[in-house]
Design a protein around this ligand. Structure first.
Ligand code: ZN
Length: 119
């Protein structure tokens, strides 16, 4: 039981069989995500080149995330503005309609709704 708790994490590459006990080294070898190529499969890979590749992959992922967040914020602002605009139009239409009804009730004869001189 104690050995399970204290067992260190390790990652073994099934391509080259190398074992990594540090997450940083494992991530460097395997890449950030499953769709990335293991360092041992990259022809002519050297330590510095792999590190540069992983940094570039991380930068690209960060850029995508930033772009996604930005467009999400933009979409939220756009739809909030569009909703406000629709609400304002509805309010203005209602005010115009209410005014028309009030005018019609005040002067029905001008609209042909009541016979002239009948009051
Ligand atoms: Zn490997």
């Amino acid at each position: 039981m104690a050995s399970q708790v204290t067992a260190e994490l390790a990652w073994r590459c099934f391509h080259c069989d190398e074992v990594f006990t540090s997450e940083h080294e494992a991530r460097k070898h395997f890449g950030r995500a499953e769709d990335q190529t293991c360092a041992c499969l990259i022809k002519g890979s050297e330590h510095g080149l792999v590190e540069a590749l992983r940094r570039a992959e991380q930068d690209a992922a960060d850029a995508w995330a930033a772009l996604h967040n930005e467009s999400t914020d933009f979409a939220k602002a756009y739809f909030a503005q569009a909703a406000r605009h629709r609400e304002q139009l509805r309010t203005i239409e209602q005010v115009g309609y209410d005014r028309g009804i009030a005018d019609a009730k005040a002067h029905p004869e001008t609209l042909g709704l009541a016979p002239k001189g009948s009051s």
